[in-house]
Design a protein around this ligand. Structure first.
Ligand SMILES: Nc1ncnc2c1ncn2[C@@H]1O[C@H](COP(=O)(O)OP(=O)(O)OP(=O)(O)O)[C@@H](O)[C@H]1O
Ligand SMILES: [Mg+2]
Length: 479
């Protein structure tokens, strides 16, 4: 794979395209201007040369031989009439066979070659440092060749060449600028699907490994999406393999642990020395802790598995989930002399009842485990600001603000916390919440003491819009 730095060095696609386009475009325009120049020159000469030859022919008609000399038999007024031009100055010259200038008003340079009469030629020359165009007509006077030259400055020719050049350069320039502008904005439009793809990747949770959609992606980018999807599939398989391994390992450990627990219980019933009893008590306690750890690991693996926005969702009333927890948790609260209260309102979300129960169980477990005897724990469910809220509040020791981020880490426990627990409960809560796009907040209680753990879910209406499902809340079970 090409290192990223090399790609960055090449700048943006826009710059790349502009660079690639502008060079050849400038070269093309220059070449077309060069060609246009020669065409314009040919056109200008073709148009004006014929007109330049006319006075040369008229003068040639009046060249005579008189007494052994060649002379021009044309009155000055007629010559002036032939030289009329509004934009250029016109010169003429008649040269006899022996090179003697017979008539003329300027020393027009000789032609590059002499031709037999009555041929003519056109050529470029300079007169007093100024460029001129010359028409040379060869005439035969009694067997001898005389050259009649008519020349003009090149003002109108240069003007015509410039006009032709301008007329051909203007559209070329407009086309070049339009091509650059269109490609500049065209890139934006062509990259729009990539931008959508970036947003989709950005908005994904790291647990969401389902394939990206190829719809709306340009053909050229599809191989990249396909490769990304293959990578996601491989990643998903690898993670699922790991999760399966943890789940299987935890499952395998459950049976021998249950056996160990039973045997420890049976051994405690047998008559034994106080030391032996205390050792057996420790074995029972540690077996209990280990089986709790294994249960937590299994729950975590279950919470992680099959994560995706649509995985395991059904309409749930948080009120109902909390009501079902009463039976399980009231005895434990009573045992610890904790006042467990419920303030429940109907509020609907989309989720998996088993996982939601696990989430609440872990919050309740913490509240009941860390609140001192005689304390109070309250479970609340309600809707607020279009969200469904599940709250577990206690008046226990609270979690110091500096620790509130860390307690969601796996196996992290606030130093000094009682030894029961393995540090996975809040990690499980965070995992389940993330699966449903819910937010978990840890704060102190309303009176500034204890802990208030609040989970904010997208309520059913929003959630249904998100997943595209059409759901009707089912009435809550009678309580
Ligand atoms: N309600 C609470 N009051 C005070 N401290 C709490 C409360 N809830 C959590 N904590 C602190 O956060 C730590 C992490 O809690 P978490 O539930 O993740 O793990 P745990 O309770 O130690 O173990 P587990 O829940 O896996 O049995 C706890 O060890 C405890 O120090
Ligand atoms: Mg816990």
């Amino acid at each position: 794979m090409r290192p990223l730095a090399t790609l960055r060095d090449r700048g943006s696609l826009r710059q790349l395209l502009a660079r690639w386009l502008s060079g050849p475009l400038i070269a093309l325009i220059a070449a077309s201007l060069g060609a246009s120049y020669f065409i314009a020159l040919y056109v200008a000469n073709d148009a004006y040369d014929a007109a330049l030859l006319d006075p040369a022919l008229a003068i040639a008609n009046h060249v005579r031989r008189h007494g052994g000399h060649v002379e021009l038999d044309l009155p000055a007024i007629a010559i002036d009439a032939l030289r009329v031009d509004t934009r250029d100055r016109i010169f003429y010259q008649v040269q006899g066979p022996d090179g003697i200038i017979v008539a003329g008003n300027a020393p027009i340079p000789a032609p590059p070659k002499w031709l037999p009469a009555p041929q003519h030629l056109f050529y470029n020359a300079e007169l007093e440092g100024e460029p001129i165009r010359v028409a040379g007509q060869f005439v035969s006077i009694q067997g001898q060749t005389v050259l009649v030259q008519v020349a003009e400055t090149v003002v109108k020719r240069t003007t015509l060449v410039k006009e032709i050049l301008f007329a051909s350069a203007l559209p070329a320039l407009v086309i070049a600028i339009a091509a650059l502008t269109l490609s500049w904005y065209g890139i934006d439009r062509s990259l729009a699907p990539l931008e959508r793809l970036r947003k989709e990747i950005d908005s994904r949770s790291p647990r969401d490994l389902h394939a990206m959609t190829e719809a709306g992606i340009p053909m050229e980018v599809r191989p990249v999406v396909r490769a990304l999807n293959q990578l996601l599939a491989r990643l998903k398989a690898a993670i699922e393999g790991e999760q399966r391994f943890i789940a299987n390992a935890a499952h395998q450990l459950r049976t021998p642990l249950a056996g160990l627990k039973t045997h420890a219980e049976l051994a405690r019933r047998e008559p034994s020395s106080p030391q032996m009893r205390s050792l057996l008590d420790m074995i029972a306690e540690e077996t209990e802790r280990t089986s709790h750890l294994i249960n937590q690991l299994l729950t975590l693996a279950r919470a992680e598995r099959g994560a995706g926005p649509e995985a395991g969702r059904q309409p749930l009333n948080l009120h109902e989930i909390a009501t079902r927890a009463v039976q399980e948790w009231v005895p434990r609260a009573l045992a610890r002399n904790i006042d467990l209260g419920f303030e429940l309102e109907d509020t609907w979300i989309l989720g998996d009842p088993l996982l939601l129960r696990e989430l609440l169980a872990n919050l309740l477990d913490n509240a009941l485990a860390y609140t001192q005897a005689g304390g109070a724990v309250t479970v609340r469910t309600h809707s607020a600001d279009g969200r469904s809220v599940l709250e577990v509040q206690d008046n226990g020791p609270g979690i110091p603000p500096a620790e509130r981020g860390r307690v969601f880490e796996r196996f992290y426990r606030v130093p000094g916390t009682s030894p029961q627990g393995c540090g996975l409960g809040l990690a499980i809560v965070a995992e389940i919440a993330e699966r449903y796009g819910a937010k978990v907040e840890l704060k102190e209680g309303a009176d500034g003491t204890g802990t208030c753990a609040r989970v904010l879910f997208a309520s059913l209406a929003q959630d249904a819009a998100y997943t595209g499902q059409s759901v009707t809340p089912v009435p809550s079970a009678p309580r």
